[in-house]
Design a protein around this ligand. Structure first.
Ligand code: ATP
Ligand code: PH2
Length: 176
């Protein structure tokens, strides 16, 4: 059995606000998919669209209670799945966010809801962590082993939710 790792070292994780990363070139991302409406239909559509952008690896999809549900306001369960995406073509974080918004739209997601109405989320794609392209300069060219940029955690998604941690851990180490 061979163990491979996604190269995630919790000790070296850097947190960063997405606003200041908008123009940065992203090469890899860990995503959290969530659906509380017809997940069996929309998760495969989202996975297929993501696979067209690059190489993907998937965590197990789990059904979880909505973490915003209360006894007074019950809400439908979510099905969640994490995805490790290595992009075929690097793109800016801004482009990536726009791309995922379009994919959510392709999954028939509508954002307008009546007040107090429980949201039907056909597909939510959240970026949990990204890896940036390393810029080769005269200093890095001289290095024998090129340093690979570490994972950057989206500060607005941190701390991760329990279901996200399960997915990330599954993607971090896997056997083949
Ligand atoms: N880490 C991130 N992942 C995905 N989108 C992000 C992230 N950080 C900022 N954004 C921006 O936030 C917006 C997400 O809007 P969206 O309507 O999906 O929010 P929401 O679904 O209501 O929030 P949540 O996903 O927290 O429930 C997008 O415009 C996107 O550009
Ligand atoms: N279990 C779970 N609960 C949620 C989720 C989600 O993805 N999973 N997403 C929400 C809004 O985006 C609200 N609540």
């Amino acid at each position: 059995m061979h163990k491979t790792s996604m190269d995630l070292n919790m000790a070296t994780l850097t947190q960063c606000a997405p606003e200041i990363l908008q123009a940065q070139s992203v090469v890899e991302a860990v995503l959290a998919l969530g659906s509380n409406y017809q997940a069996e239909k929309y998760l495969p559509i989202a996975r297929e669209s993501l696979a067209a952008l690059g190489e993907i690896r998937l965590s197990t999809a789990f059904q979880n209670p909505d973490f915003t549900a209360t006894l007074e306001q019950p809400k439908p369960d979510y099905t969640n799945q994490c995805v490790h995406l290595v992009l075929n073509t690097p793109m800016s974080l801004q482009q990536l966010q726009q791309t995922f918004k379009t994919l959510e739209g392709n999954c028939n997601r509508h954002r307008q809801v009546e007040p107090n109405q429980v949201r039907r989320v056909t597909m939510d794609i959240d970026i949990l962590m990204i890896k940036l392209a390393t810029i080769e300069n005269s200093l890095s060219k001289g290095l024998t082993s090129k340093s690979i940029s570490d994972w950057i955690v989206m500060a607005n998604r941190y701390p991760f939710k329990a279901h996200e941690i399960v997915g990330i851990e599954e993607l971090t180490t896997f056997t083949d």
